[in-house]
Write a protein that binds this ligand. Structure first.
Ligand code: AMP
Ligand code: GLY
Length: 417
């Protein structure tokens, strides 16, 4: 199978790596891609938001499967354009990607499908915002209604900070605060069959001990030794299947990856957010353990035959991903810094140094080109072993001013107590 992956980040590098190791895949193309992918894929230039250009590229390379990584092209209808050209595409239509594109729409779908989630008010004016904040009380949760690359949410006890964030956003969703550990549970679906992946956990805050601002994600691990045994079955039954069914009922079937961000509250599992694509960096950890060929899942979803593919199989191991971020991320990151030590770091057994925000400068040196620069992913027989390998690798990498969390998977590994 000839494949084309759209995107530039760590998630896309992980997808490309997994496809390049897949026995059913003969060619991996990527656009625009990043330098880390060049060893295993052919890079092409394309505007990822231009559906006609992506479809034309897919035709020209003879792609039999296009995989769209990020949310922005999905919301812009790039999957629709690829499918209209008669090419199988993994990723929801623009109408279905609205589940991620508008938090208010996601709330409507959840209400209709009776999916448990935080109570919420959609607010447009400062008065509505103030009323909603006071109705729920602290801790305040204010979300930009539109896409904001993981940075549109403020969770704070400071009422003024909540008011200021709302004022900066326009339309916002104000929610009740959900207490309890967070879990990312992904499902691959063709619009009717729903195949859950194993749960992962993401570290959203910039600093150790969950301090600092929200980010796109500073690390991840899987599986979750502490999670209840029935978590996947419970979320599949109460969240994933009803949501997929509701989208089909509306005439906008969801085909691709449904990402449920969950809080395990004292009153049961509740949805924090939906995304319409693989999570970053959870995907890096998950794909390191996936035993089923990725292409069969993605192609099965794209062509509506997922029922024949069956539940994915997983390696009996653990995976940990540590993100190395540029100075000042998640603010405006500094870019153009030289990245040293990556060859040694990548040569460690059971480690992949996955690129996210990297580029080559005029002299051909590898430099930083974004907020999240690398996601170092390691596997091991235990979380502790995977952690030890990931951090050994991280220690070899030098980027001026960069930062990473030191506590990814620490508590879950049993070493943090
Ligand atoms: P979102 O973009 O909706 O995933 O929000 C980003 C992060 O903000 C989540 O991963 C949570 O850590 C936090 N968050 C969002 N909504 C809530 C909520 N209702 N209660 C507590 N934390 C939340
Ligand atoms: N890891 C969070 C996200 O992908 O949205």
């Amino acid at each position: 199978m000839r494949t084309l992956v759209i995107g530039t980040g760590g998630r896309e590098h992980a997808l490309v790596l997994s496809l390049s190791r897949d026995p059913h895949v003969t060619e991996v193309h990527v656009a625009p891609g990043n330098p880390g992918m060049e060893m295993v894929a052919t890079r092409h230039d394309v505007d990822p938001l231009d559906g006609d250009a992506v479809a034309a590229l897919a035709s020209s390379v003879g792609a039999e499967l296009v995989v769209i990584g990020p949310e922005a092209p999905l919301v812009a209808g790039v999957a629709d354009a690829v499918r209209a050209a008669g090419i199988a595409c993994f990723g929801p239509s623009a109408a279905a990607a609205h589940l991620e594109g508008s938090k208010a729409f996601a709330k409507q779908v959840m209400a209709a499908a009776e999916v448990p989630t935080a109570l919420a008010h959609v607010c447009e004016t400062p008065e509505e915002v103030a009323d909603a904040l006071d109705a729920f009380g602290p801790t305040y949760v204010v979300k930009d209604d539109a896409l904001a690359a993981g940075k549109g949410v403020v969770v704070s006890d400071d009422r003024q900070e909540a008011l200021d964030h709302a004022a900066a956003c326009g339309r916002v969703v104000i929610e009740e605060f959900l207490d309890g550990p967070e879990v990312s549970l992904f499902a691959i679906t063709d619009g009717s069959t729903v195949l859950p992946l194993q749960p992962a956990q993401d570290f959203k805050r910039a600093l150790d001990d969950d301090a600092g601002p929200n980010t796109g994600g500073m690390g991840a691990y899987t599986p979750l030794p502490w999670a209840p045994d029935d978590l996947v079955a419970d979320v599949t039954r109460r969240v994933l299947v009803p949501t997929v069914d509701e989208m089909a009922r509306r005439g906008t079937p969801f085909q691709g990856l449904l990402y449920a961000g969950l809080a395990l509250t004292r009153r049961g599992v509740k949805v924090v957010e939906f995304n319409a694509r693989f999570g970053d960096p959870e995907t890096q950890a998950l794909l390191a353990l996936l035993d089923t060929p990725l292409s069969s899942l993605l192609h099965g979803a794209a062509t509506g035959v997922l029922a024949d593919v069956g539940l994915p199989a997983w390696k009996d191991a653990s995976a940990v991903t540590v993100v190395i971020a540029s100075e000042n991320y998640p603010g405006t990151p500094r870019t153009g810094d030289v990245i040293d030590g990556i060859e040694v770091a990548d040569a460690i057994e059971h480690v992949d140094v996955i690129h996210a925000g990297t580029a080559r400068d005029a002299e051909g040196r590898l430099v930083t080109a974004g907020g999240r620069v690398l996601s170092v992913t390691a596997t091991g027989s235990t979380l502790a072993e995977a952690r030890q390998r990931a951090y050994e690798s991280v220690d070899y990498i030098h980027i001026r001013g960069s930062h990473h969390r030191t506590d990814i998977a620490l508590a879950a590994s049993g070493e943090g107590e």
